[in-house]
Design a protein. Structure first.
Length: 532
């Protein structure tokens, strides 16, 4: 790996790295060029992706990936996609997902990755809100998409034979497209994140967001890009964790990336994949680690580093990593709007803490007025502007964007503490977002779906503590007079599974006479969480 690819050339004492670090963003930067084209030019036969599919294993060199992305950029352009347009990608882990990302970015368009398990209502909202001009999907999701009302969409591409445009046929017919110039500050990708009030918000990121992730990647993977490194994550590439905590950094550093779409994650299958493909570096949420800890580890597993985040890690998982895997499991912290700003390493770790501020990022604990609180006191974790990893804005929601900032600080909505040595610990969420199996789940979308049932008058969704998943979703509903309760909880759970996504579906539905509310009519979810 070229040394100039590393943003932290020498891993050493934390404070020394922080004091020596300076952001030097290039005048021109494009994620597709950095993660694909540049390697295709310098080392075309280098392996970029190893895809483990149902029909076998296929290797993709950077040259092959670049050629396909360049041709698909022409196909998008032929359908009227131009700079600034949004291209939605409804695909799991597969070569086509990367090709679609890189093709759109070559045009200066904005990619919108979407979870394949989203139901019609979730897709309708996100595709309509983003104003997506093109959609790339597979046969499994095509029927859902074709049932939607999407007047802005000019073309739907399917990666398998279907009634819409053929992704691969259009690539074969197209000529390579010349990449459009972009700066680090031009929009590149929009990832939808859930909040406690209102609909999901599209967090718009610039091309610089990749660079903003890299210092933490280099630290919690302890010098990422070592000879023999191979990366994999079970996290879906529709989420910032899967895409920017592993997939794109692997390609940026020239580390082979393994892709595999499990129909259902099982620890035995995960260990077999790790062993068979020689995976050495992973992003694994704590929930996945807890499940994998219960399964036997194959003797031929050789792990070098694991990064973990999205939930509290805990000393027991760290100890298991050192004792059983003989590899560090390093925790990090961030959110969709501003990711990987705090991290730990095997030499920079303190029990009960997430880590310290990563070189290049200024992180503090602040009070309601935006003033840093004394060490040891509780407050809201915040990140100072400007920062390359920070989002540009919420798509079409200027008021929500403004609410996210107080002075120079971007507020995370998470309560925490910072000790005298700069180690941050997480206390709790300052809002009602539910953290389950590494996913941040907003109650609003679930509640709207439940309230759409003809027998439901009011609905509230909260998180209930769970030893494996951190939290599970529990819904409380008030029914119309005379409504039958026979089988209704199961029907409501199925409704959310089908219309939104299985990962946000309640584990339990509790029927109540009324919901606790404030004087202004807002549901007091905290009171529901505190019920026995």
């Amino acid at each position: 790996m070229p040394a100039e690819r590393r943003l932290i050339p020498r891993i050493g004492p934390w404070e020394a790295m922080r004091s020596e670090f300076r952001w030097t963003l290039p005048p021109d930067f494009n994620i597709a060029h950095a993660c694909c084209d540049s390697w295709a030019e310098a080392d075309p036969s280098r392996v970029a992706l190893v895809h483990v599919g149902d029909k076998g294993v296929s290797e993709w060199t950077y040259s092959r990936l670049c050629d396909a992305a360049s041709r698909f950029a022409s196909a998008l352009s032929a359908q009227g996609v131009v700079r600034g347009d949004r291209v939605a990608i409804v695909l799991g882990q597969c070569p086509e997902a990367l090709i679609a990302h890189f093709a759109a970015m070559r045009l200066g368009a904005i990619t919108v990755p979407l979870f394949t398990l989203f139901g019609p209502e979730a897709l309708q909202y996100r595709l309509s809100d983003s104003g997506a001009r093109a959609v790339v999907t597979d046969l499994a999701s095509l029927d859902k998409l074709m049932s939607l009302d999407l007047p802005d969409v000019r073309a739907v591409f399917c990666t398998e034979p279907s009634s819409v445009r053929s992704f691969w046929d259009d690539i074969v017919k197209a000529s390579p497209a010349r990449a459009a110039p972009t700066t680090p500050h031009d929009p590149a990708v929009m990832i939808y994140t859930s909040g406690t009030t209102g609909p999901p918000k599209g967090a718009l990121h610039a091309h610089r967001v990749l660079l903003g992730h890299l210092p933490a990647i280099e630290l919690h993977h302890e010098g990422f890009g070592q000879p023999g490194d191979i990366g994999w994550t079970p996290a879906d590439w529709a989420w910032i964790g899967g895409l920017f905590d592993m997939a794109l950094p692997c390609l940026y550093y020239g580390v082979p990336l393994v892709s595999r779409r499990f129909r259902k994650f099982t620890p035995d299958e995960a260990w077999r994949l790790i062993a068979d493909r020689g995976v050495r570096n992973m992003f694994l949420p704590p929930t996945a680690l807890k499940m994998m800890r219960q399964a036997p580890v194959p003797h031929d597993v050789d792990v070098r580093s694991i990064g973990s985040g999205g939930e509290s890690l805990g000393d027991d998982l760290r100890d298991w990593g050192r004792e059983v895997l003989q590899a560090p499991i390093n925790e990090f912290y961030g959110q969709t709007e501003c990711n990987l700003v705090v991290s730990s390493s095997s030499t920079e770790y303190r029990s009960g803490c997430m880590g310290r501020a990563v070189p290049g990022h200024v992180v503090a604990v602040i009070d309601g007025a935006g003033n840093p609180v004394p060490d040891g006191e509780e407050g809201e974790i915040a990140v100072s502007t400007p920062d390359p990893v920070m989002f540009l804005r919420y798509w079409r929601q200027p008021d929500k964007t403004e609410e996210k900032f107080t002075g120079r600080w971007m507020r995370t909505g998470d309560l925490g503490r910072r000790d005298a040595d700069g180690f941050f610990s997480f206390v709790s969420r300052d809002d009602d977002v539910i953290t389950s199996s590494g996913y941040r789940i907003g109650p609003s979308e679930i509640e709207h779906c439940l309230a759409g049932h003809p027998d439901v008058v009011l609905a509230a969704a909260v998180g209930e503590p769970d030893p494996v998943r951190t939290e599970v979703v529990v819904a409380y509903v008030v029914l119309r007079p005379g409504a039958s309760t026979d089988g209704l909880p199961d029907d409501l759970i199925a409704r959310v599974r089908q219309r939104i996504s299985p990962h946000v579906a309640p584990r339990r539905v509790v029927i109540v006479d009324s919901l606790p509310t404030t004087a202004t009519g807002k549901i007091m979810r905290r009171e529901l969480r505190e019920r026995p």
